[in-house]
Design a protein around this ligand. Sequence first.
Ligand SMILES: Cc1cc2nc3c(=O)[nH]c(=O)nc-3n(C[C@H](O)[C@H](O)[C@H](O)COP(=O)(O)OP(=O)(O)OC[C@H]3O[C@@H](n4cnc5c(N)ncnc54)[C@H](O)[C@@H]3O)c2cc1C
Length: 380
Amino acid sequence: MMKHASVVVIGGGIIGSAIAFNLLKMGIKNVCVVEKSYVSSGSTGRCAGGIRQQWSSPLNVKLAMRSVKLFEQFEKDVGMDIEYYQGGYLLLAYTDAESDDFVKNVNMQRSQGLDVDILTQDEIKEKFPFINVEGVKLGSWCKSDGHANPQIANIAYAVAIRKMEGEFLTHTTVTGIDVQNKQIIGVQTDKGYIYTNIVVDAAGFESPKIGSMIRIEIPVQGERHQILVTEAVNHFLDPLVINFNHNYYVRQTRHGSLIMGQGDANPASGEDTGNTIEFLEEMAAKMIKDFPITKNLHIVRQWSGAYDMSPDAQPIIDESKDISRFIYATGFSGHGFMLAPAVGEAVAEMIIHGRTITTDLSNLRMDRFAIGIEREHNVV
Ligand SMILES: Cc1cc2nc3c(=O)[nH]c(=O)nc-3n(C[C@H](O)[C@H](O)[C@H](O)COP(=O)(O)OP(=O)(O)OC[C@H]3O[C@@H](n4cnc5c(N)ncnc54)[C@H](O)[C@@H]3O)c2cc1C
């Protein structure tokens, strides 16, 4: 374990790993990731792997577009096949209000350079004959959206970090951060002490606990989300389909399994990794209605994981005003996997240059909450 690190990244999920990878790639030596469990043990290893650019704010669209560029070259840059598949994302609208929002968003997304379309009910039926389009008013369709295997992506970063001579500690818990005169001097772990002046809090839904070690309040809450996987079948589902109205998403893996999940009306806390039979029943009923082709499919496994929810369901990425060089990248609210490559790049730039260069993250600063909260609605 290194005694002195240029940067300590707390949390070895996809966000912490992407940040450490980019720091090393940009030439910073002695970067250390501290992960309390195994690689991908947090939300990342429990996530559905969806990657979309269809957001409702221009800066989020830009950030997601940058991420897609980086996913397109991930295998070359990071060195592993992560089952990346650009089969598109299809968002279904059922009400006039939802349809108006979709049209407004598509116009904005196009103004950012995204190739995205509105599909009529007939067009959806023709393109995706296995979807029951009863009640569907229209769809928003982006063919360069897609999905990948989040566990492999997380492992790919960890392997690349070690290859570049960064340290990736697993089964090592950060228990304290020492500060003198508002400067960080080191990080205490249960396996030893690491001297450093720069700390990144990438601890997912547990990021507030890291902040509280140095009295920084991070407004993030863990929210349990359930998910399941079916037996494998022949490929039929190119896009990841999101249905906000019926509250679910579904995609097919390279292997052939369907992965699907929904939001709970009253979600349990993020610490709770339990599962419910109600989820299985509700999810299965929705699938059989909207995708009748899935009627006789067997479910092979269910699990749950935490969304690190922020007050407006958008990430919080910033450097503390109170403690010098304490940086946090958290609050991803169910879409941290897809943003990780671009966030990793931008946060590495923040650390090295004091500002982002490739992608503007100014809309994700902490001080936005003082102005007022406008929630991202396109979240399941
Ligand atoms: C069911 C489900 C479906 C999802 N689907 C999608 C999707 O389709 N697309 C998408 O983009 N996102 C999705 N997400 C969200 C996505 O998983 C998260 O936004 C993303 O994984 C966050 O990454 P992270 O690195 O911030 O957090 P994590 O992966 O949780 O990593 C944080 C790490 O910090 C470690 N840690 C915590 N405290 C300490 C400590 N004191 N010391 C050392 N280490 C510590 C934890 O062990 C953990 O490994 C989904 C999430 C869930 C639960």
